[in-house]
Design a protein around this ligand. Structure first.
Ligand SMILES: C[S@@+](CC[C@H](N)C(=O)[O-])C[C@H]1O[C@@H](n2cnc3c(N)ncnc32)[C@H](O)[C@@H]1O
Length: 473
């Protein structure tokens, strides 16, 4: 596990507890559009794989092992929240006459565990339920498990390697791990190739469909929120699948959804009225587009329903959506090699400093602040500016450096020669306050690590831009 997670771990736990402590119903406020989409675009794919529903899949996997078993079948549910789903599975099994199931709820939020205990009591299931109050990043397996369920839990895990190791080692020989989880980019953000499509759809939407339920505002631009800023929401979502495949073997694998996400999730999803034929039509069209983009390999899925085992199994997948094709290679920023991102992604607030603000789309600056041969920032000087201060960074492995020409509205205002390491470069300018300007940075050198045999990065890179400071006269 990287050290970075450890540093603010206690604060993240506090934030996570605060988020979920009061949530008595985790599933109730899902937008209608989410149900509409999953019935139209997820369920039929599951059905084609012989599965009636996600709940049925879980209940069947437990039931299959319980029927005829002389003792209890032991089920572990990871990040079980209020335990309402698990109690529902127990009841469904009991309705089938299956009662030899012990349900272990692994959850570190004591208030949620308390609610689970009360509900189990009310339903007369207390003797079937065991509360494991533990942190799944450090929990050590203390029992054999026939079935492990990860229902919307793995995208909260920091130490996936540890948890998967514990699960694998505690799984019985014919045990199964049922996964229903999020596998998209960390923080549930969009990768550039998906963001680009969403932004284009966004630009066509009427204001009432762009209302942000958190701020109450109509968003001109889709807000590609990083949900992992404080708690554990999506903290390592992009690693959930690849690390899982390092530890266990799939037998059933259905991955879907990506571009549809903003339209069916809680921030904007409630704007869609499923009684309206026009809104239904829109969700239907975006869902169809999303499926095509996934099947073409343009975007990779963000949701996964799957079964995993200790030993290799025959695999059922939807169409060509094999696990390997559903992994987004994180070393590639944009598979199409384009660098046209929302300015938020390139974090304009960090790059532009001093008496200037970025006010438009930033092109050519990757979200890790690497810059290719040309970059463009639309800026608004807030005072009369006499000097631009560019802070750049060049690592030792760069084979060469060169000249960086700075243009304002197409006119060259100076050239600097960034040095290796961190370097501040000054360029005298005369920019009167309060006029939008187009600042271009043009480098006459670049390297592609991959083709130069220097590493795996396939981007064409020139330097890291740490900051452009606008200095007042
Ligand atoms: C999205 S909720 C899902 C809850 C439940 N599986 C459901 O679908 O109703 C994620 C759950 O993981 C729990 N969680 C987050 N980090 C955890 C950790 N480190 N150890 C144990 N549980 C954790 C949270 O408290 C929360 O209940």
């Amino acid at each position: 596990m990287e050290l970075g997670w450890r540093v603010d771990y206690a604060e993240r736990i506090a934030a996570e507890h605060a988020t979920f402590g009061d949530q008595e119903d985790l599933h109730g406020d899902l937008p209608e559009s989410a149900h509409f989409w999953s019935e139209r675009f997820m369920l039929p794919k599951l059905n084609a794989l012989g599965v009636t529903s996600v709940e049925q899949l879980i209940v069947d996997e437990i039931g299959r092992r319980a029927v005829g078993s002389p003792g209890d079948v032991v089920v572990l549910s990871l990040g079980s929240g209020n335990g309402d789903l698990e109690l529902g599975w127990l009841r469904s099994l009991a309705d089938r006459g299956v009662t030899n199931v012990r349900m272990r709820l692994l959850e570190f939020n004591p208030r949620m565990q308390e609610r689970a205990a009360q509900a189990a009591d009310r339903l007369g299931l207390s003797d079937r339920v065991e509360l494991v109050v533990a942190d799944f990043n450090t929990w050590r397996a203390d029992a054999r498990h026939d079935v492990v369920v990860a229902f919307e839990a793995l995208h909260h895990v920091v130490d996936l390697e540890h948890l998967y190791g514990q699960i694998r080692d505690s799984l019985t020989v014919d045990g199964v791990v049922v996964v229903h989880d999020m596998i998209g980019r960390n923080g549930h953000r969009r990768w550039p190739e998906a963001l680009e499509v969403i932004e284009r759809i966004w630009a066509t939407l009427p204001p009432e469909l762009r209302r942000n339920s958190i701020t109450g505002e109509v968003d001109d631009h889709y807000d590609d929120l990083d949900c992992a800023v404080d708690g554990f929401e999506g903290i390592r979502a992009q690693d959930v699948l690849p690390v899982l495949l390092d530890h266990l073997h799939p037998s059933l694998f259905l991955a879907c959804g990506n571009v549809i996400d903003p339209f069916v999730e809680r921030i904007y999803g409630h704007n869609f009225d499923m009684e309206s034929a026009a809104h239904r039509d829109l969700i239907e069209r975006i869902g169809t587009l999303d499926d095509a983009l996934i099947d073409l390999g343009v975007v990779t899925p963000t949701r996964l329903t799957a079964l995993f085992h200790r030993e290799p199994h025959r695999l059922r997948v939807h169409g060509m959506r094999t696990p390997e094709r559903c992994i987004r290679r994180t070393s590639v920023i944009d598979p199409a090699g384009r660098v046209s991102f929302d300015p938020h992604v390139a974090d304009r607030s960090r790059i532009v400093q001093g008496a200037g603000v970025a006010v438009g789309r930033t092109n050519g600056i990757f979200d890790d602040q690497w810059v290719g041969r040309s970059a463009e920032i639309v800026v608004f000087p807030t005072a009369d500016v006499g000097r631009l201060e560019l802070t750049t960074y060049l690592p030792d492995w760069m084979p060469r450096t060169g000249n960086l020409t700075i243009e304002v509205d197409g006119e060259s205002v100076g050239t600097v020669e960034p040095k290796y390491g961190l370097c501040t470069n000054n360029v005298p300018v005369d920019l009167p306050a309060r006029r939008v300007r187009r600042l271009a940075l043009l480098a006459d050198w670049s390297v592609n690590q991959d083709s130069a045999g220097l590493g795996q990065d396939r981007r064409t890179l020139s330097y890291v831009l740490t900051c452009v400071a606008f200095r007042e006269k």
